[in-house]
Each structure stands twice: as C-alpha cells, then as structure tokens.
Ligand binder design. Sequence first.
Ligand code: BGP
Length: 488
Amino acid sequence: MTKTITGFKPDFLWGGATAANQVEGAYDLDGKGLSTADMVPYIPKEKRGLNVKMDVTSQYIEDVLAGKIDDRFPKRDGIDFYHRYKEDIALFAELGFKVFRLSINWARIFPNGNDAEPNEAGLQFYENVFKELKKYDIEPLVTLSHYETPLELTRKFNGWYSREVIDFYVRYAETVFTRYKDYVKYWLTFNEINVITHSPYTGGGVLIDRLPEKTSDQIAYQAAHHQFVASALVTKLAHEIIPGAQVGCMLARMQTYPVTNHPDDVLKAQRMNDLNLFFTDVHAKGEYPSFMNRYFAENGIEVIKERGDDEILKQYPVDFISFSYYMSISVTTHGEFEATAGNLVEGAVKNQYLESSDWGWQIDPKGLRVALQDFQTRYGKPLFVVENGLGAYDTVEEDGSIHDPYRIDYLRQHIEQMKEAVKDGVDLMGYTAWGPIDLVSMSTSEMSKRYGFIYVDQDDDGNGTLNRSKKDSFAWYQQVIETNGEEL
Ligand code: BGP
C-alpha cells in the first residue's frame, strides 16, 4: 500500500516579515536615538544604475550631523507603522497571519546603544505592538538587530568591530527579553549576519575607512566573530529568561551554482556556498568549520578570539536556522558569460535558464528547494524561511485596484517548491513573506520596489497619503494560509 506524503504541518507558521527601520518612521520621536539605517540616503536611479552600493563613510556621517548635507533619508519616515500599527496588524489578521516578523530598533530602547537606563517610551511602543498582535493570536518573531546599530556605537566604537559592543548588545537583549517574556517566544539574533562581509556598515555598523591598514574582509570577519559570541550569549539568556524560548540565526542564503560542469566551476560554487554557510555552521554546530582556517590564512585574515569564546559558541548553539531567499547565484572560473546585476555577489553571471526581476535578481524557485535540502542535510535543525518575495513596480488602476499576477506567480512557485522540500522530509517551521505591506527598500531606499500584499500610497520622493489598500495578491495569500498551503 502506498503512503500519502503530506505537506505543511498543521501548526505551520504563515505570515510576513518587516524590519523596524524600513517601516516605522518616527526616527527621532519619543527618545529614539539615530541608527545606522537612518543615515542611508536615497539616490535617484539615474544617478546610480540598477543596483547601488551605498557606502556610508565617517565623513559623510559627520557632515550629515553637522547639517552640511541636504540628502533625503526615506527610512527615517518608513511607512509610519509607528502610528499606524493597529491598522496594519488588523490587515495582517485579515490575511490570517499566524506569525509576524518584526525587529526591535535597538536605538529606540537604548538611544546611544549603551545608556545607563533604557528608554521607557521605546519599550512601551513594542509592548503595545505585541499586545495588539496577541489580540489576534499572531505570534511575534522578533529580530534583535536588523541593520539597526545605534549610530553612537558606530561613532564611538566603530560598531561591531569593537568587542565592547558585545556587552551593550547583551544588556539590550536582556532588557527586552525581561520586558517581553510573556509576549515573545521566537527570536532571531542578527538579520542576514553574512551581509557584514558584503557591507560592514550595513551588517555591523562598521566604517572601514577608519581602519585604512586593514582589508575589508579582515574587518568584517572580526566584527562577525563578535556577533557570533554575542548571538551565543543571548541565546543562553533567552533560554534562562523566557519559558519555551526558541532562538534562531538568520542568513542571506546565496545558493550558488556552477555555470558549467567544468570541475573548476563546481569547486568555485562549492567554495562560495561554504563561505556563505560558514555563518550558519558557527551558529548551529558551535564551531568554526575547518575550511575557514585555510581561507583566513590565504587571505591574510586574523580573527582575534578571547579565551572562552570557543566554549561559548559550543555551549549555546541556536535552536533553529532561518534564512532569506530571493534568488540564486551562478559563478564560473572561465569563459565569457554576461554579468548579472544581483547586487550582493561580485562576479556573478547570468544563468541562461532563469528570468530576472526588474532589479536583476535571478528568480529561481527550485533553488529554494535545493537550499532547504542542503540546510536539512548539513544541520538537521528546524528551518524557517523568514524572507522571500518579489520586489516589483505596481500600477494603481483608476478604480484603485492593483493587479499583481507577477507577485502571485513568484510566491506560488516558491511555496510549491517549499512544499516539495517538506514532502522530502525537511523540518520547516514557517514562512514569512518579505514586506507583506510595501516598505522602503533596504538596498535602494526606494518606495517603488514593492513587495506587499498591501499597497502603501507613497512614492520615491516621499509624496503620498500613506493610505493602505489591498492588491490582488492579498486575497490569494489569504487563501494560501487558510488552506495551509494546499490551494496555491
Ligand atoms: C534583505 C533584507 C531586508 C530586505 C530584503 C529585500 O536583504 O533583510 O531588509 O529589504 O532583503 O531587499 P531590498 O529591500 O533591497 O529589495
């Protein structure tokens, strides 16, 4: 007799994901300090090509603070979630969310990152949000640090490059764990922790121009080490403070393929996958994988560890692994291949079998299945897809409707592949689509790169009513959740 292989488990956590700095706005209200995200300017497309590398420098920050620069900073205003969270959460409830991923903006709690006392107004804001979620039985999934290092920690300590920042982060985590222990069970320590090697400022509030004698990699891996230790320490704390706490790490999964079957291409892709998975290796297995010794040696990287660090990593691994997945990457060692605009990996080339988004991200639903299977085999821990989605331009029709079949197609195909992986035995806890409500883009600070089921009336210049309305994808996702992924 054949057995039926079922799909998503009954308590599968369906929902959506955001970050404080991309939605809240109110960047200087109620005692909030500046964060690194508040210093990222908007650069119009004509001045930057398809993808941007917004390198913020020490001089730039000081000039902005001195009022010498008149740039616009869209993340400072977000989509005003700070004042509209009740309306937004009601819409998430209507979608049927079981979980909502959000981040706490550290600088709302400790405005300078290391103040003597936390800012009560900031603590109260998130408590209000959690209470509102509870009303609808929506579980919060909270990222402690989503590209939001308090700016003062960058100015005084050069962010995560300094070991001192570990203590400040632990204190911040302890404060929020204690305050929200009755509301929040699921936590993520650092958003896309590997991004620190692509952009030390974004990932760790580190300004590499302040360390001219060192390479960017040397700086980034040192800062990452401090984050690993901090992540392990707060994993321990969460378990001590919150009954039933579950703590995950979070990786930007860069699923990498060889362009040809030339063994050199295969090796190159494998190496790139290893360098990416290094970050989850440390979190899940509690130690640096051996291939990194050679990588560090050959690239002149020396990571300074303190006595006891290795034990801390070993003793407090994460409970689950979460990751973002938007695209796959293809690499080669030889031959002529067209470069892609995918903005995180240098030297990535076009995969002839894949279409790209308007921002050059190569759409690859099956890559998600491959990623899930790889994670399962490598770690055997529960997995959580905490970001996935299509950034696209939307058109509002005269009657106010928004038809976004491209978004539905993208999500449907990815959820289908996720289901295949689950049928193969992958232990998947949940899925939070990125930006269920339109928000300010992380990499480009545009508003027109939209991911939402819910449209927000605001343009790239910050004009608009901020009114919320439903796109076609809203009803579609509602049905996906209602049928636990059976009707796609
Ligand atoms: C991830 C980030 C998010 C996010 C998303 C989409 O890297 O964790 O913060 O915004 O990517 O990227 P973008 O906004 O650049 O389209």
